[in-house]
Design a protein around this ligand. Sequence first.
Ligand code: ZN
Length: 288
Amino acid sequence: MSEHDYMRPWEPTVAALDWQMELLFKHFSPLSLPEALSKIGSRSLPERAVCVTFDDGYANNFELALPVLKRWRIPATVYVATDFLNGGRMWNDSVIEAIRVAEGPDFDLREIGLDTYDIGGFEMRKAAAVMIIREIKHWPPEKRAHAVMVIESMVGALPDNLMMTDDQVRQLSSEGVEVGAHTKSHPILATLDTEQSRDEIVGSKTYLENLLKKPVRHFAYPNGRPGIDYTFEHRDIVESAGFESAASTQWGAVSRLSDKWQLPRFTPWDRTPLRFMTRLLLNYRNPG
Ligand SMILES: [Zn+2]
């Protein structure tokens, strides 16, 4: 975000991303994912090696993050959920954006089995969106889609420019960013049958390869918790689809003992450079 957004306080501003990338540039060894994987294989990974990744395919990765990555020469991987490109919206963003513009002071969702939420102030709006998302996140897909449709129908038009366009993905790739796949519609894979899972995983790879005219070799699991959001079955589909790596959201640092199709990751959350750096350094001791 260019400025702090009260509806998304967990997202770094451009200024925060800038000091984070400066810190990586000055004190770490940023590598592209393919380079890091190859160096792990040949046991030549430098000290404090780090790969930067972004999930989902937000337009702000292109509009706001890319200039910062270029300024500090930080290689990055962006994992794209392909169904939302060109004007789509992830369901959680529909909730956030609907609550942002809803008329207050209350938002009554009792007809879909939720509460009436106080949206009288900025802080209350954010809290309401977080509560609703947390509540419906694990509902069955159709039930959740219906709830989101009801929520959207209660407010005016919502933004259709949150995710990248095909052209932005192409430009990102031509700027040297590694574009990876992240399924088509960002489902919790563990809730799907084998055929649906394969279609989601392979379909996103095929879409991006047609778009970029080059192989897409890296994947990230939606939500990404091993054994909860995806299983060994999905890991095997990903490997047999021809991906060379897949990222989970299990916290930890990759080592040569890591499963390449279940790479751990880490999100340091601190708001000051010293704490941010300390937490990043501690993470190297966590095998994930
Ligand atoms: Zn995601």
